[in-house]
Design a protein around this ligand. Structure first.
Ligand code: NAD
Ligand code: DAU
Length: 341
């Protein structure tokens, strides 16, 4: 392993992985390949701007020619695929882009990678493939029951990866991460959305009763988990990366308000997300068996995250314009109006 292509490396988790790997492995070359969709942001890579072992190339994982060109030009031997449409609410509004990137894009990377003869292929996936977990904790052999177009597209991507391992003998590893939070997360996801809206004293639209449960994982712990799976994972296997810290959404929202010194009256219960999964929960024993441990507690991680958004409003204020405002209107205008009436 020498030259690693990080697809989607200008997004939230991909950029954390790049920032970590560039310092942890100075003898590797990291090449970020990213389409720079609304969620891709070169500001996320500013900390590695001067790193001699990192390069950025703009491109689409669903475009065969661009993929082939970047693989050949940089003599890539390893791919870690973060590139995806990643937001559940957007997948409910407009599912097509999810199929294109999260299924067809994964296929394209696999197929071109196979033809060029790359080594390991790591697919970054999600706990959402297991669907709603009413009780207990998902293990890697559980069946898939995805409920949103996003979750279904990620499950489809995983199936392509599995098939390339079984059929062509490709060296593949899959990671399934739980709900991730931390600095540089696009402010449409619960944690950064609520922090940045609350900072401006805007209403926080809590879906339904707010009693849904998510399993929270700090972004640097997620990035290290992918590194462990990349280096130590067994070919053809999948590994859960779980915070194993389950919280109700309403508790998370109240903690953020308290850290910001803002009143709970900002919380507004709005009509629920369609097809909303009630609970995700995974068991991380398999990855722990390879030496991974979560390092950040939820309390510390949330404190760091709130502080980061408070001191880095240069980063998120410029995002909250244009396309972001169009999306906000489509997603929240009717829900907030319903909450008022
Ligand atoms: P993100 O939306 O912040 O970033 C996605 C990145 O992919 C962006 O930089 C975007 O420009 C790029 N991209 C999108 N389509 C592309 C295409 N066709 N070609 C090239 N680049 C493209 O997402 P994230 O939250 O960082 O998630 C990264 C990965 O981790 C995704 O695969 C997601 O499914 C998975 N995941 C996310 C979480 C989470 O809680 N955020 C949890 C588990 C797994
Ligand atoms: O579980 C892993 C997944 O976590 C990743 O695969 C996805 O890429 C990532 O987006 C995330 O999906 P969620 O749908 O769980 O995350 P989101 O931040 O959108 O929502 C978290 C919870 O908060 C969920 O139950 C919905 C709720 N929510 C979210 C928003 C944006 C609200 O109540 N109000 C909101 O405005």
């Amino acid at each position: 392993m020498k030259n690693i292509l990080v697809t989607g490396g200008a997004g939230f988790i991909g950029s954390a992985f790049v920032r970590y790997m560039v310092n942890a492995y100075p003898h590797y070359t990291l090449v970020t390949f990213d389409k720079l969709t609304y969620a891709g942001n070169l500001d996320n890579l500013l900390p590695v701007k001067n790193a001699s072992n990192h390069h950025f190339e703009q491109g689409d994982i669903a475009d065969r020619e661009s993929v082939q060109s970047v693989l050949e030009q940089h003599k890539i031997d390893t791919i870690v695929n973060f590139a995806a449409e990643s937001h559940v609410d957007r997948s409910i509004l407009e599912p097509e882009a999810f199929i294109r990137t999260d299924v067809f894009g994964v296929y394209t990377l696999l197929e071109v990678g196979r033809q060029v003869g790359i080594g390991r292929f790591v697919q970054v996936s999600t706990d959402e493939v297991y669907g709603d977990v009413h009780e207990g904790f998902s293990v890697e052999t559980d069946s898939f029951l995805p409920n949103s177009p996003y979750a279904a597209s990620k499950a489809g991507g995983e199936m392509m990866v599995r098939s390339y391992h079984v059929t062509y003998g490709m060296d593949t590893v899959i990671t399934r991460g739980s709900n991730t939070y931390g600095p540089y997360q696009y402010p449409e996801k619960l944690v950064p959305f609520f922090i940045t809206e609350a900072m401006d004293d805007k209403p926080l639209p809590l879906y339904g009763d707010g009693m849904q449960i998510r399993d929270w994982l700090y972004v640097d712990d997620h990035a290290r988990g992918i590194d462990v799976a990349l280096h130590k994972g067994k070919s053809g296997e999948a590994y859960n990366i779980a915070g194993e810290d389950l919280r109700h959404n309403i508790e998370v929202a109240k903690k953020m308000l308290s850290l910001l010194g803002k009143p709970e009256s900002l919380l507004k219960h709005v009509p629920d997300r369609e097809g909303h999964d009630r609970r995700y929960a995974m068991n991380a024993d398999k990855l722990r068996g390879l030496g991974w441990e979560r390092q950040m507690t939820f309390e510390e991680g949330l404190h760091n995250t709130v502080s980061w958004y408070k001191t880095n409003d240069w980063w998120w204020r410029k995002i909250k314009t244009g396309e972001y405002l169009d999306y906000y209107k489509k997603q929240y205008a009717a829900r907030l109006a319903a909450a008022e009436s």
